[in-house]
Design a protein around this ligand. Structure first.
Ligand code: DAH
Length: 341
């Protein structure tokens, strides 16, 4: 009996299964109700008692062998795509398309990186704001014409307090000052919204980075030096800045900052309109009334703030002249920007 089983092991191993027909033949011959294994198990009765255990084990092994062979061939024949016979392993791989970073996000990261090197943290606030954080705490009195400086999208809030899409990231300064004690050194990147007709030079949404530094004895000289550091890190060590007096309700004194035109080396070109200078941001010393509105003692602390448009910096760095390109998702535009952080 043992020899018989041994020869069937060989027979099963040599049985070639190439298609569903031969698989079925194999099943009937070995595993079917009238198959070989059934017969052999029937013969077990006539095996002497002392051999029964050994022969039984051999028979179980034979059955497992036949079942495993059947199952593994069934699996490959049922799903031919997975069968190794149909995979051409010598075929070259298919390239997967790699995306690129959006230019605005590259510049945003670079700005964050530049300020983080001099100790600025990043803080964020909501895009939908109340009047207090977007206007009142920043010294825009009710009905004051300064509110018209920034055309606002108001949001109907079911009769509850009127909300608006924030018109600038200066709203985040208010939130930070309300929630943190000085010294404060933070920048706030984010999306802002204005009710403007879309054109090459204006958009209904764009991105800003707000900066805020509050401590004892912070001076205008600190502001100027910080902005010079930023301009040289961003536009190269030869970059120069100039400050022009300006007006913002939340800073006093206020200034607008120009950077020397890196496109023509300040010689004059159509981008800088032959002035050699390009406007990049607004800034000033935080108005004491704003500090007080946010719970900071203006006799003990002073500070500066600044706000810049990320699109504007990106435009100067990458010479993109049309604001609409940033939000059209045209891959021919986006694919040109590689690397960056
Ligand atoms: N919030 C101003 C704007 O959107 C930009 C700005 C100007 C921010 C002066 C400031 C600042 O923090 O001090 O036009």
């Amino acid at each position: 009996m043992k020899d018989k089983i041994e020869s069937f092991v060989k027979e099963i191993n040599h049985f070639s299964i190439e298609d569903l027909q031969s698989l079925e033949k194999f099943r009937i011959q070995y595993l079917g109700t009238k198959g070989l294994l059934k017969d052999l198990f029937g013969e077990l009765k006539s095996v002497p008692n002392e051999d029964k255990k050994d022969v039984g084990q051999l028979l179980n092994g034979l059955r497992s062998l036949a079942e495993e062979k059947f199952n593994s061939h069934k699996e490959t024949l049922d799903s031919p795509a997975k069968s190794s016979a149909t995979i051409d392993t010598s075929r070259p791989g298919e390239n997967s398309e790699v995306g690129s970073r959006h230019p605005l996000m590259m510049v945003r990261s670079e700005i964050i990186e530049i300020f983080s090197r001099i100790g600025y943290s990043v803080s964020e606030g909501p895009e939908m704001e109340d009047d207090w954080h977007n206007f009142s705490a920043l010294n825009f009195p009710p009905e004051h014409p300064a509110r018209d400086m920034q055309d606002t999208f108001f949001i109907d809030n079911d009769g509850k307090e009127e909300m608006a899409l924030r018109t600038h990231t200066s709203s985040v300064q208010v939130r930070v000052m309300e929630n943190q004690k000085p010294p404060i050194r933070t920048i706030s990147p984010g999306r802002v919204f204005r009710n403007e007709a879309i054109s090459a030079r204006a958009h209904c949404f764009f991105h800003q980075v707000e900066g805020l530094y509050i401590d004892k004895k912070v001076s205008f000289a600190d502001l100027k030096q910080t902005l010079l550091y930023f301009a040289q890190e961003m536009f190269g060590e030869k970059a120069q800045i100039r400050l022009r007096p300006s007006y913002f309700p939340f800073t006093e004194p206020s200034a607008e900052v120009d950077v020397s035109c890196s496109i023509c080396n300040s010689k004059g070109c159509n981008v800088c309109k032959y002035t050699g200078w390009l406007e990049i941001l607004g800034c000033g010393m935080v108005d004491p009334a704003v500090l007080e509105s946010c719970g900071i003692d203006s006799k003990e602390y002073s500070g500066f703030a600044f706000g810049m448009g990320i699109e504007r910096i990106t435009q100067l760095k990458y010479k993109v002249n049309d604001l609409r390109l940033y939000s059209e998702n045209d891959v021919r535009f986006l694919k040109q920007f590689t690397g960056g952080i």
